[in-house]
Design a protein around this ligand. Sequence first.
Ligand SMILES: [Ca+2]
Ligand SMILES: [Ca+2]
Length: 211
Amino acid sequence: MKSKLSKLILICLALVVFANTAQAMTCILTVPPPFSTGGKFLVCPAGDGDLPSHPPFTLQLLDSSLVPIANYPFEDIRLEFVDPVPGPSPRVSLGFCNPGLIADSNTDANGMTTFSGGALFGCGSVRNPLIQVVVNSTACATTPTLIEIVSVDFNCDGMVTKAGDNPIMTALKSTCPWAIDLNHSPAGGLMKDASILAKHIFPPPLTHTCP
Ligand SMILES: [Ca+2]
Ligand SMILES: [Ca+2]
């Protein structure tokens, strides 16, 4: 009984130490262009938008003494895009096609790893989404980006359909809202935006994910 109690105390102590270590971890994320320099990009759930590739993000993991953490498992280090104006229902969902939002490899001797990502895909519209580093399910660092996103999946259901994603026909009778300026030219005419939307419309029940 006494031995079991000792084991339990040891396990609890180990968990506390681990939790403190996780809280004290420092994550230094370097955000590449165009996320650091800005620009307006069209995205689609199928990944065939305006940003097929980009330079890698780099990350350094440091412990509470600011010593690099080497060989941290890559599968426990990920990036997440976050809406800067959180609400009850998500206005936006963004990700990278293969290899996705997970780190490319375990951290090296300097605590460094990279995220090479793939094509930017997603839905909704957002200015300056945040990008967050999540280590072992705990948010470690959050950095603003300078990009602006518009998507042909306006209603964020993962599909681009005439019925669900056609605010352009309504807008034709008024001005061009920022969120449906698909060709990044507010004065370019909504017919051009409608033409871009038409090229991305796929009939359901197909789901539109990265190839
Ligand atoms: Ca949709
Ligand atoms: Ca336009």
